[in-house]
Design a binder for this molecule. Structure first.
Ligand code: NI
Length: 200
């Protein structure tokens, strides 16, 4: 699949990464604080953004690509149009890529419900209760302290991705019955995917 973009988002050479599927222990591991803001971190965030746009998804956290670190990327604004179906070629527009490092949420207020999904739990969607508004303190890829207030889909997405950094998945926020149902469904699905891969 090719993705082109209105803005030069990626240095040529950004790599699409494999997304880890539930259940995988890395998704249940608390991510470590990031301390070096080096070239490697910049490359990682570019690769994560590329992977997210390809999927496509609106957010992606470190553990979802097997990296147990406190980083997530998101974009809740972009449009993605297929411009060449045969070659799987897409055009992105209105991109607004955001990278959050070592985020801490505060001033969580209000209540909202939204039908969430997750790239690590494909084809499963359900209503999750979240806070309506929040403020997130974080560092950018240069290590500078930043702060952002959020509401709507941005707030929901930040809470979902931040949960990933603590090893929490959205299906764990549902009733026990639903969680068990989705968990078993994913175990079956993963076995099926593994079998398919072996048959190739
Ligand atoms: Ni997710």
């Amino acid at each position: 699949m090719n993705i082109t973009c209105d803005e030069p988002l990626y240095p040529s050479g950004a790599t699409k990464l494999d997304i880890v599927l539930y259940p995988d222990p890395v998704l249940k591991t608390k991510g470590e604080e990031i301390t070096s803001f080096d070239k490697e971190l910049k490359e990682l965030s570019q690769n994560m953004l590329l992977t997210m746009y390809h999927a496509p998804g609106i957010g992606l956290a470190g553990p979802q690509i097997g990296i147990s670190k406190r980083i997530f990327v998101l974009d809740v604004d972009y449009d993605r149009d297929c411009i060449d179906e045969e070659n799987n070629h897409y055009q992105l527009s209105n991109v607004n890529p955001l990278v959050f490092i070592n985020p801490v949420l505060r001033d969580l207020e209000g209540e909202t419900t939204y039908q969430e999904g997750c790239l690590s739990i494909p084809d499963i969607f359900d209503d999750v209760k979240r806070f309506e508004t929040l403020v997130v303190d974080y560092q950018d890829i240069y290590g500078n302290d930043q702060s952002m207030s959020a509401d709507g889909l941005l707030s929901i997405c930040i809470q979902h991705e931040n949960d990933h950094l603590d090893g929490i998945l959205f299906i764990e926020k549902l009733s026990k019955l639903k969680f068990e149902f989705y968990r078993k469904k994913m175990i079956k699905e993963k076995k099926r995917l593994k079998r398919n891969k072996e048959d190739e």
